[in-house]
Design a binder for this molecule. Structure first.
Ligand code: NDP
Length: 333
């Protein structure tokens, strides 16, 4: 099989050689195990966190181990009762074309007529539940409220904004570049989008949300987060989903001013990890699928071919090179 292994923990940006690609024999399939041929590998900002040994929400990937990733694929050979060749699974796996597993961390992915596998996996996998629970449980959107979402054209952001619209909010996205902004306003129905690469975010927010912001769905951190925080309404809510602008940083930055704003405005800020909501994934899956099938939720996947490109492609997440949920097509579906 072909597999990517973590050779070194990156320092700063992921560098050539931090991950190494090679061929190796497929491990034997023991009783209770099966082999899975990957269709798609999900590349996610958190991959960089897993490569580090910073404090995090699950164990870091060990140096020398196969790189962990979100996967979807079909069973090739099974020694596990009830699992048959051709069955489709998704969940946590390895950056490999074939993996051997006992099924831990994986669950069956339904085949949905009319929904391409990339969209089903790319939406119902982890980004959809992240958007669903982060916005609905933590953001508590009410009709007429103003919702700001950063990384708006990405995997999670595009879904957050559309759920916000379904719930009657006024939705302002923040994204890098005109094409992404045109997509979220033109195709997805966001009310406005700020191109942080060519506009002053604070000035644009003053113009677009003169009365302040009720909900900040935070995904990037840094200057963009500060500009939003400064314009939050008292008793606003901030689902803290991600801080991608700092994932490659070599020094911790945590200006105390952020916390002063949270106190003065009495914000509810809650960090969350989508897996906190795993017992309720059936609920999010049903809602997201319903909205997809009735045309209220559109999602865009950015599918690139070739497992051998994965280490180069994952870096695009930190420069905005992806447009939509980034997936590697390992084997044609
Ligand atoms: P995206 O598809 O949104 O890709 C990442 C995007 O982030 C890029 O396309 C880029 O968009 C933007 N970005 C990258 N660097 C910066 C920067 N320095 N400043 C501003 N924007 C930047 O990825 P996901 O949807 O998978 O993830 C989005 C966020 O959600 C991440 O922070 C991720 O860690 C988090 N997340 C958290 C989960 C949880 O359980 N808490 C689960 C899943 C994701 P642009 O071109 O617009 O700059």
């Amino acid at each position: 099989r072909n597999v990517w292994r973590l050779a070194h923990r990156p320092v700063g940006d992921i560098a050539d050689g931090d991950l190494v690609y090679g061929s190796e024999p497929l491990p034997d399939i023991a009783e209770g195990q099966f082999s899975l041929r990957l269709t798609y590998l999900s590349l996610d900002p958190t991959n960089r966190i897993w490569m580090s040994d910073q404090e995090q929400y699950m164990p870091p990937v060990d140096v020398g181990a196969a790189m962990r990733g979100g996967v979807c694929g079909r069973v090739v050979e099974s020694r596990k009762p009830g699992v048959n060749p051709g069955d489709l699974f998704a969940g946590l796996g390895e950056w490999a074309d074939v993996m051997v597993t006992d099924g831990t961390g994986l669950s069956r992915l339904p085949e949905i007529p009319g929904v391409p596998l990339a969209a089903a996996f790319g939406t119902l996998g982890l980004v959809g539940p992240t958007a669903y629970f982060g916005l609905l449980d933590i953001g508590q959107p009410q009709p007429g409220e103003t919702l700001v979402v950063s990384a708006a054209a990405g995997g999670v952001g595009q879904i957050v904004g559309q759920i916000g619209k379904i719930k009657g909010c006024r939705v302002i996205g923040i994204a890098g570049g005109k094409a992404k902004c045109d997509y979220v306003t033109g195709e997805l129905g966001f009310d406005a989008c700020i191109d942080y690469k060519s506009q002053d975010v604070g000035a644009a927010l003053d113009r677009l949300a003169p009365d302040g912001i009720d909900i900040n769905f935070e995904q990037v951190g840094g200057d963009i987060m500060v500009a939003v925080l400064q314009r939050m309404k008292t008793f606003g809510r901030m689902p803290l989903c991600g801080l991608i602008s700092s994932y490659n940083a070599t020094t911790a930055s945590e200006p105390p001013g952020y916390w002063t704003m949270m106190l003065m405005r009495r914000l509810t800020v809650r960090g969350f990890i989508v897996t906190d909501f795993a017992p309720r994934f059936a609920e999010s899956g049903q809602a997201l699928l319903g909205w997809m099938l009735d045309g209220r939720l559109k999602t865009r996947q950015d599918v690139r071919p070739g497992l051998d490109n994965a280490a180069r492609l994952v870096r695009e997440l930190y420069t905005g090179g992806n447009f939509g949920k980034l997936l590697v097509e390992v084997t044609p579906p």
